[in-house]
Design a binder for this molecule. Structure first.
Ligand code: 5GP
Length: 113
C-alpha cells in the first residue's frame, strides 16, 4: 500500500487545515495555495492516481466530485471555481495519492500552464 504525506494527514500524523471530512473523503487547504481558495479533496483510500482508479471506485469517485462541489459552496465560491486532477509526472502530479484541487477566489485563465 502506497503512503504519502496525504496518508499522514488522514492519520493525523501531520497537521492540516481540514475543511470537511466523512468516512470516505477528506478536504483540507493546500499548503502552497495557487489561488485565494485552494483546497484538496482526497479519498481516504490511497489510490495513487486517477489512472489506477477502477470500476469498483465508481461510487467513491462520484462522491469525491460531489464533495468538491459542496466544499466549493462552503468556501463561498459561488462566482465559480476550477477543479483540477493532475495525473502522472507529465500531468504535474507530485503527491501520489489521488486528489482533486479546488481553486477559486480569482478569475482562472486558460490554457493552464
Ligand atoms: P499535485 O502536484 O500532486 O497535483 O498536488 C499536490 C499538492 O499537495 C500541491 O499543491 C502541494 O502544495 C500540496 N501539498 C504537498 N504537501 C502538502 C502538505 O504537507 N500539506 C498540504 N496541506 N498540502 C500539501
Amino acid at each position: 500500500m502506497s503512503d504519502t504525506v496525504f496518508g499522514k494527514i488522514i492519520r493525523r500524523e501531520i497537521p492540516a487545515d481540514i475543511v470537511y471530512e466523512d468516512d470516505a473523503v477528506l478536504a483540507f487547504k493546500d499548503i502552497n495555495p495557487q489561488a485565494p481558495v485552494h483546497v484538496l479533496v482526497i479519498p481516504k483510500e490511497p489510490i495513487p492516481k486517477l489512472d489506477e482508479a477502477a470500476q469498483k471506485h465508481q461510487q467513491l469517485l462520484g462522491h469525491l466530485l460531489l464533495t468538491a462541489k459542496e466544499v466549493a459552496a462552503k468556501m463561498e465560491l459561488e462566482r465559480g471555481y476550477r477543479l483540477v486532477i493532475n495525473n502522472g509526472d507529465e500531468g504535474g502530479q507530485t503527491v501520489y495519492h489521488l486528489h482533486v484541487h479546488i481553486l477559486g477566489g480569482r478569475p482562472m485563465t486558460w490554457p493552464p500552464g
